[in-house]
Design a protein around this ligand. Structure first.
Ligand code: DAT
Ligand code: MG
Length: 149
């Protein structure tokens, strides 16, 4: 099993999309291993988006992600990284397919509703930014019996 990190960004929280978004991850069969509503600090935002620090959109990205509460999630599944990226859709909602979160709910790249890690390594790094070890739970998840042969 693989773990990934996902975030419902401030626009998703303010637009009351939290339940709808989490329902999509759950319906796919991803186990919610960690979840909290929280205010992202400037330090956490800087760590999270360190790879983009030189990009012109970086200041806007940090102010967006810190502009209000977010929901931080640790999701687990057989191919959780790839599955959650697929459910979220393309970075720019303009290019995101209908049926994806960004395709269904977003209109521009600077308000793209959700985040998800792009690799297992990024996931481990990002989970550690937002969660203490004891906030990520291991427990039996009965749907796995019906999800996998
Ligand atoms: P993703 O969130 O799909 O992993 P990314 O890691 O390339 O995309 O970029 C991180 C975030 O930065 C992205 O969710 C939205 C913002 N972003 C990316 N490219 C952008 C651009 N060209 N203009 C404005 N914001 C951008
Ligand atoms: Mg990314």
């Amino acid at each position: 099993m693989e773990k990934t990190f996902a975030m419902i960004k401030p626009d998703g929280v303010q637009r009351s999309l939290v339940g709808n978004i989490i329902a999509r991850y759950e319906a796919k069969g991803l186990r919610v291993a960690g979840m909290k509503i929280m205010q992202v600090s400037n330090e956490q935002a800087a760590q999270h988006y360190a790879e983009h620090v030189e990009k012109p959109f970086y200041p806007g990205l940090v102010s967006y992600i810190t502009s209000g509460p977010v929901v931080a999630l640790v999701l687990e599944g057989k191919n959780a990284v790839e599955e959650v990226r697929k459910i979220n859709g393309a970075t720019n909602p303009l290019n995101a397919a209908c049926g994806t979160i960004r395709g269904d709910f977003g209109q521009e790249v600077g308000r793209n509703v959700v985040h998800a890690s792009d690799s297992v390594e990024s996931a481990a790094r990002e989970i550690a930014i937002y969660f203490n070890a004891d906030e990520v739970l291991e427990y039996d998840y009965l749907p796995n019996k019906w999800l996998f042969e």
